[in-house]
Design a binder for this molecule. Structure first.
Ligand code: DQA
Length: 147
């Protein structure tokens, strides 16, 4: 199983960005850790981060063309307003699990709405970096059930 791990804007700054909300660990750490977990499940993860909406959309298209089995997606702030990312998810035949490091429901009210979540398999929020591991497990289970 080949899983694409897509991180959106400002997530390249993990470790130094608002550490009280997002913690002290870096994106590289997150990606490396997830890779090991994936290996223990017999899966492979490939990670991509971008601060640009169009690049994330291209990656979602790419995931279908390259036969990725699923996508773990943290769209960052695009979650709350990018109809283009939502449409990209809806346009491809690849299951997506949405992840948020922070508990978006316990923060500013604009973070409570996700325009992308309705076209994903499900959403995991508020468990820090561990949310990516939960997302991976959920995605692999979802894929297995569909086989
Ligand atoms: C985030 C939550 C978003 O509201 C925010 O804009 C982010 C990170 C999270 O992982 O908690 O950039 O997606």
């Amino acid at each position: 199983k080949k899983i694409l791990v897509l991180n959106g804007p400002n997530l390249n700054l993990l470790g130094k960005r608002e550490p009280t909300i997002y913690g002290n660990n870096t994106l590289d750490y997150l990606i490396e850790d997830l890779k090991k977990t994936a290996a223990s499940y017999g899966a492979v993860t490939e990670a991509f981060q971008s601060n640009h909406e169009g690049d994330l959309i291209d990656q979602i298209h790419h995931a279908e063309e390259e036969n990725y089995t699923g996508i773990i997606l943290n769209p960052g702030a695009f979650t709350h307003y990018s109809y283009a990312i939502r449409d990209a998810i809806a346009s491809v035949n690849v299951p997506v699990v949405e992840v948020h490091i922070s508990n978006v429901h316990a923060r500013e009210s604009f973070r409570r709405e996700s325009v992308t979540a309705p076209v994903t398999v499900g959403q995991i929020v508020g468990f820090g970096f561990f949310g990516y591991e939960l997302a991976l497990k959920a995605l692999l289970e979802y894929i297995k059930r569909g086989e």
